[in-house]
Design a protein around this ligand. Structure first.
Ligand SMILES: Cc1ncc(COP(=O)(O)O)c(C=O)c1O
Length: 377
């Protein structure tokens, strides 16, 4: 069989993104929260393709997009997407003029950024970020009044929202977000007291949206849930993983018991077996820690990754299974079909699914599909 005739011909490895799954995940979030959704599309849509995800999310009912950097916001605008965009990592040295001209809403967490926007002299929408307990971005409570006063002092900067970010929402315990909700409400009340009309209020991430109604306010900012990642420990919400990663068997060999595999012979076969080579590695974002405990699916059956994962390739022990050159290898797929998902990789490697998905890429191709509607039972 020539390469062109083989069903798995084409790139050695491909990320297949099901935009239908993203649309259905938006539907799930909307059904649960009944609250407008900001779709977080930073980091190239968590590796799923920022423009494709943004377009899909808006068509599925999201009303806002969220990105980290000005460049990400401008890339969305360059694709002709006119929806509201919030950009939350701008500082005075970013291209604020380009962002304001493109109608991007910039988040401000300090007076310096707000004043740099005011100095442009053009009308600009901003959302003020309050730190309610994450101790990462956001104005600390002691600097909140000064930030509000700087906004009130400008005739061109318009505060159209106030927001904050949750630290503990992944805990399903209902009280886990309460202290941040209280701090947020205090900050909003203080803004009103000082004469600011706070606009759109938003606090929830995916975990907040799915499990903590007290965090919903006017808008829920969802990243992980869009892509099918369940972020609340031990709970599922019928989300569908949107990314499938497939490769193929490029080499097969039969080895005797006692054969050491890959660098340092970190794994040695305990019996005669068949090893297959899969042409992806840590250079494509496959975590090297999957060398111990990672599994792939070939012909509907799970098989272990063995030996150290290399930059471009990994080895799978298929035992005595009937596997042929060119067979599809599913690295990431759907847990409901018994395939590993990003959460499984995250558990094996001691990280979170966000890091797995945003780390994938390298030389892998990416293709978008839109599978027909599935119904939830
Ligand atoms: C400011 C902000 N809001 C919302 C999100 C979405 O969080 P999650 O992916 O857990 O929904 C993120 C990160 O992804 C973020 O940085």
């Amino acid at each position: 069989m020539t390469s062109l005739e083989h069903p798995n011909s084409g790139p050695l490895a491909t990320r297949i993104v099901d935009l239908g799954a993203i649309a259905r995940n938006i539907g799930r979030i909307r059904d649960i929260t009944g609250t407008p959704i900001l779709a977080v599309v930073k980091a190239d849509g968590f590796g799923h393709g920022v423009i494709e995800v943004a377009t899909t999310a808006l068509e599925a009912g999201a009303t806002w997009l969220g990105v980290a950097t000005v460049d990400e916001a401008l890339a969305v605008r360059s694709a002709g997407i006119a929806a509201p965009i919030l950009c939350w990592l701008a500082d005075p040295w970013c291209d604020l003029r380009a962002a304001v001209s493109a109608g991007v809403t910039i988040s401000c967490a300090n007076v310096e950024t707000l004043e740099a926007i005011a100095a442009l002299g053009d009308a600009a929408d901003v959302h003020l970020e309050l730190d309610t307990g994450m101790s990462r971005g956001g104005a600390p409570e002691y600097a909140w009044d000064a930030l509000i006063s700087a906004a009130l002092a400008s005739s061109t900067v318009h505060v159209t929202g106030i927001w904050s970010h949750l630290a503990l929402a992944a805990d399903a315990e209902p009280g886990s977000t309460a202290y941040q909700v209280k701090a947020f409400e205090r900050g909003v009340a203080r803004a009103r007291e000082l004469g600011l009309a706070p606009g759109v209020l938003h606090l929830a991430n995916s975990a907040g949206a799915l499990e903590h109604p007290d965090t919903w306010f006017d808008l829920v900012r969802c990243g992980a849930a869009l892509y099918g990642i369940e972020t609340v420990v031990g709970l599922t919400h019928a989300l569908e993983p949107a990314m499938r990663v497939v490769s193929r068997v490029t080499q097969l060999k039969r080895v005797a018991a006692g054969t050491g595999v890959s660098y340092n012979h970190a794994w040695v076969s305990s019996a005669d077996t068949t090893l297959v080579l899969v042409p992806v590695g840590y250079g494509d974002g496959i975590p090297r820690d999957l060398s111990h405990g990672g599994e792939v699916v070939i012909g509907g059956v799970r098989h272990p990754v063995v030996g150290a994962i290399s930059m471009d390739q990994l080895v799978v022990d298929v035992g005595d299974a009937e596997v042929a050159l060119g067979d599809e290898v599913v690295l990431l797929g759907s847990p409901s079909d018994g395939e590993p998902d990003a959460q499984e990789w995250a558990t094996v490697t001691g990280t979170i699914a966000h890091e797995i998905l945003t780390g994938l890429g390298g030389r892998m191709a990416r293709r978008h599909t839109n599978k027909t509607q599935r119904t939830f039972s």
